[in-house]
Design a binder for this molecule. Structure first.
Ligand code: TRP
Length: 346
């Protein structure tokens, strides 16, 4: 592993608008990482095609996620920010990897089973091979670390399996070209972060999600102050006052979620939040949470609104990021082609 330069890669799908779960679970983490590592953050628009999306919605989604990245504090000078489809090496490597991955491996992917639902025959072939494209995203840059949610752990394992099989199947060719034994790193997931799992405001056992039919289940990053306040006030709770320690939240998913959100927004821990608010009724605690949410998310929202009127700027950021991403991915994919025996013009 140590032979590989440390590099972070992560991707966010441009489907629907960004919500608090995306922010606290992923993007806030991305911002922390960019101050200490080389980071590449990708709007994975090709992945969004696996489930039919109206073209205008997809376009808005790609720019919207980019705006969210920038508004949250990702710096396009420091980190590489781009959309996947502008760097064709992703799709090219995905094809080669689809010949490395085994059908048996893909058959085990639980996310496909969940997303395809009952009508599996009618799911797109892209939804099935989705994790292969994800492996290509990561390994096109030989990324060593990938911040993701718990639900993506299995896809990261598949990425390692693909890297390992590629390294083994082509070991002679890799060595003949004077390379180290392993061409691809075995990428590590970075799970956790400020709030790894932000749950629905309507049901503490379900993840906050863009696909939940109730808009009251989530706080969108574009919600205005009144909307945020209303959603928090209506959030599901239980009849007891808040406990004095985080341990006692274990059997109270809604309370745990609200305390977790509070802590993540303030960069502190649930225990510290409860030191101050333990014993409080939910009505009191919710008022405090509204204040914190409005304070922390207000500026982010204002910046998103400003950026939604600056399409040229967004597109320029993506174009510049794509150019820099290509400069890393191109030589790696050129080498992969040589290793597997494809012939290219010199
Ligand atoms: N599958 C990821 C998700 O739904 C998105 C994604 C695509 C990704 N490619 C990636 C995440 C590469 C990390 C690295 O959240």
């Amino acid at each position: 592993m140590s032979a590989f330069k440390e590099r972070v890669f992560s991707g966010v799908q441009p489907t629907g608008s960004l919500h608090l779960g995306n922010y606290l679970g992923a993007i806030k983490r991305f911002v922390e990482l960019q101050s200490r590592m080389d980071c590449i953050y990708c709007v994975v628009d090709l992945h969004a095609l696996t489930i039919a999306t109206p073209p205008d919605e997809l376009r808005d989604g790609i720019r919207g996620v980019t705006a969210g990245f920038l508004a949250a504090g990702l710096d396009p000078k420091r980190s590489i920010i781009f959309n996947q489809s502008q760097v064709h090496e992703h799709a090219e490597l995905a094809w080669i990897f689809s010949c490395v991955a085994r059908v048996g491996w893909l058959n085990r992917m639980t996310q496909f089973k969940e997303k395809a639902g009952k009508d599996r025959e009618n799911a797109s072939a892209g939804l099935y091979t989705y994790p292969v494209l994800m492996a290509a995203d990561i390994l096109a840059y030989k990324a060593t670390h990938v911040p993701v949610g718990e639900d993506q752990k299995q896809h990261l394992e598949l990425t390692r399996d693909i890297a390992q099989k590629f390294n083994a199947d082509y070991s002679a060719s890799i060595r003949a070209r004077g390379g180290a034994d392993a061409f691809f790193p075995l990428t590590e997931p970075l799970i956790g972060g400020p709030a790894a799992r932000v749950m629905s405001l309507r049901d503490g056992s379900k993840k906050m999600s863009k696909s939940d039919p109730s808009d009251y289940s989530r706080i969108n990053l574009t919600d205005d102050i009144d909307m945020i306040a209303q959603k928090i006030k209506k959030a599901k709770t239980d009849p007891h006052p808040l406990p004095g320690s985080a341990k006692e939240l274990a059997t109270r998913p809604e309370a745990e979620n609200l305390v977790g959100i509070f802590a993540a927004l303030c960069d502190t821990t649930p225990d510290q939040v409860l030191e101050k608010h333990g014993g409080a009724q939910f009505s009191q605690f919710k008022s405090a949470l509204v204040d914190v949410a409005v304070e922390k998310l207000g500026a982010l929202r204002a910046e998103m609104v400003r950026l939604s009127n600056a399409q040229d700027h967004i597109d320029a950021v993506l174009a510049d990021g794509a150019r820099r991403a290509r400069a890393i991915a191109h030589p790696i994919i050129a080498e992969v082609k040589e290793i597997v025996g494809l012939v290219s013009a010199k």
